[in-house]
Design a protein around this ligand. Structure first.
Ligand SMILES: [Zn+2]
Length: 569
């Protein structure tokens, strides 16, 4: 079936036009990393983000979207447009952009600045060219006519998109919340949203991250007031940890510090970088002399110091953890310090954050957490706002994006409450292909590749399921190496097998177990080699691996990774 570039089927002119929408990305978070639109041979991509690994993925830095579906279709990519500068929307660019053969990129000023700055950390990568877009910009990419509009979030320059396609108009919400009283940003422009609604929305793609939370997200103004309360009462130093990309929050903390005559020390590579870009581009304001370096901390009384740092997620290498572990070159905790965690805990990090909090208390600090006080607004619209957006736009079809599966389901429920018929709502996970026509939406049976692509150091995608499983085994039960020297002629074991083990048992206290294992190994090898002749060495190794594995399991209830080394002499 040949299709013309506009997607119109030349042989069967009556076939309705179809647009394909495919969410791609790592793990559960659907369409958060990347969303693909395909019409005939034209492809449009929104966002290219990464996800942090789960706790059971040792050594993995990031998970990036699986773009195998685009292999061979690179020339069809008309452009990639970015919603905002959070890493879960832009972080995969350095790993994927060359594979995509450098298509045209579009981003708002701050988003662009963050992307370009991060690209400098990858010196082997080409310099990127990114066209600037802003509220009101129009981009024409083949069958896709895109209009950009401002959406409130917790970073400046966040854009939603109205995508006009031959099938109908699609509204992409980006990450968003409605904020009547934002700080250092304009309030939500409901007039504009109503204007867009008048253009008739066929499909709404809306942020689901806050869908499970009732009510309305907190206004940034409320957060500022609560933070002010903490600043007013703090006698010693304030150490505020937040995400490096929460530029609004960083601004609030800097402004409050100025209000209470505190100097601000910005610590953490990503935090420093973001503060620098945001200041250069005018998105962050600090008076001359407010920001000082960590080395100068002792030049000022404790009551005049704020430390703004990374590590609110308990990340091992981040600043707050290093301070707690007495590992930071200039900053040690003192009694009377006030620590503010001003960011929600990313699911999966709860335990590490708890351990960090305990350690901070142990050293005499006062800890304020978002659960105790509303000092962090998620940045994501909650149930009432999500319903309001549906009410304003009155879309025919609804596809929840951005979030874990349970959030998508909760969001779909809200859409039903807003009278969108069941058959007009689709909930899909990554790799599913959604077909959209003027009067119909449905999901294809096939799936495009969506397995994890893991980044470990310089390697992209080379750590697959097998390597990961090995790492999990090593982390769980350690490893056990058995070295056997076998005479090729006779198939007999020479001497006693050598055993090296890490993370399994303490060898010196397990002499009996080791002696039994050696004996067992000799038996297994000699049975497997038979009585001379051609020996299948792979079989011998498998036998050692399986039988010694079973043996150790019966003795210890542990399954270390067994590495047989057979040396023929
Ligand atoms: Zn975001």
């Amino acid at each position: 079936m040949e299709e013309t570039p506009c997607g119109f089927n030349s042989h069967r002119p009556h076939m309705p036009k179809t647009l394909k929408i495919i969410p791609l990305g790592g793990l559960g978070e659907v369409g958060r990393n990347t969303l693909l639109f395909e019409y005939g041979k034209s492809i449009l991509i929104i966002d290219l983000g990464f996800r942090l690994p789960e706790e059971d993925m040792p050594g993995i830095d990031y998970i990036i979207p699986n773009l195998s579906y685009l292999k061979g279709k690179e020339k069809n990519i008309l452009g990639i447009i970015f919603t905002h500068g959070h890493y879960d929307h832009i972080g995969a660019i350095p790993y994927l952009i060359q594979k995509l053969k450098n298509p045209p990129l579009y981003a708002a000023n701050l988003t662009r600045g963050i992307i370009l700055k991060r690209q400098e950390d990858f010196p082997l990568q080409p310099k990127l060219e990114i066209k600037k877009i802003k509220d009101g910009s129009k981009i024409n990419l083949g069958p896709f006519k895109i209009e950009c509009f401002r959406q409130n979030h917790n970073i400046a320059d966040n854009l939603g998109f109205l995508i006009k396609t031959p099938v109908g108009n699609i509204f992409h919400s980006s990450d968003f919340k409605f904020d009547p009283n934002p700080v250092y940003d304009q309030p939500t422009d409901f007039k504009k949203l109503k204007e867009i609604a008048n253009k008739k929305i066929l499909l709404l793609l809306s942020d689901s991250v806050g869908a499970e939370n009732e009510g309305h997200s907190l206004s940034e103004k409320t957060i500022l007031e609560n933070l002010d309360e903490i600043f007013k009462k703090a006698k010693g130093r304030i150490i505020a940890a937040t995400f490096a990309s929460l530029i609004n929050r960083i601004q609030q903390i800097i402004s409050l510090s100025e209000k209470y005559q505190r100097k601000v020390i910005v610590e953490g590579y990503s935090m420093k970088t973001n503060v620098q870009i945001a200041r250069e581009l005018g998105y962050l304001k600090a008076k001359k002399g407010t920001l000082i370096s960590a080395k100068e901390i002792d030049r000022f009384p404790d009551s005049k110091i704020t430390v703004l740092c990374t590590g609110a997620q308990g990340e091992g290498q981040a600043v707050l953890m290093r301070i707690a572990n007495k590992d930071h070159p200039f900053i040690r905790l003192k009694k009377g310090d006030t620590i503010i965690f001003s960011s929600s805990v990313v699911p999966g990090n709860e335990r590490t954050v708890q351990i960090l909090k305990d350690e901070l208390y142990r050293q005499g600090a006062k800890v304020f957490h978002y659960k105790m006080m509303d000092i962090h607004a998620g940045g994501h619209a909650q149930a009432e706002e999500l319903k309001k957006l549906i009410k304003i736009l009155k879309p025919k079809f609804f596809l929840p994006i951005h979030g874990q599966y349970s959030m998508l389901i909760a969001h779909a429920q809200l859409a039903r409450e807003m009278q969108i018929p069941e058959k007009n709502i689709v909930v899909v996970e990554n790799g599913k292909v959604v077909n959209l026509q003027k009067n119909k939406i449905w999901v294809e049976k096939r799936e495009v590749p969506s397995s994890y692509v893991m980044v470990d150091g310089l390697g992209i995608g080379d750590v697959g399921e097998v390597v990961l499983r090995d790492r999990q085994t090593l982390a769980k039960d350690g490893m056990f190496v058995i070295v056997v020297v076998v005479e090729r002629q006779t198939g007999r074991v020479r001497g006693s097998p050598d055993i090296i083990s890490r993370g399994f048992v303490y060898l010196r206290e397990s002499k009996e177990l080791l002696a039994q294992t050696r004996k067992k190994t000799v038996e297994i090898v000699e049975r497997a080699t038979g009585s001379g002749g051609a020996v299948n060495w792979a079989y011998v190794k498998d036998e050692i691996r399986n039988k010694i594995g079973d043996f150790l399991f019966t003795k210890t209830q542990r399954r270390p990774m067994i590495l047989p080394v057979v040396i023929e002499v």
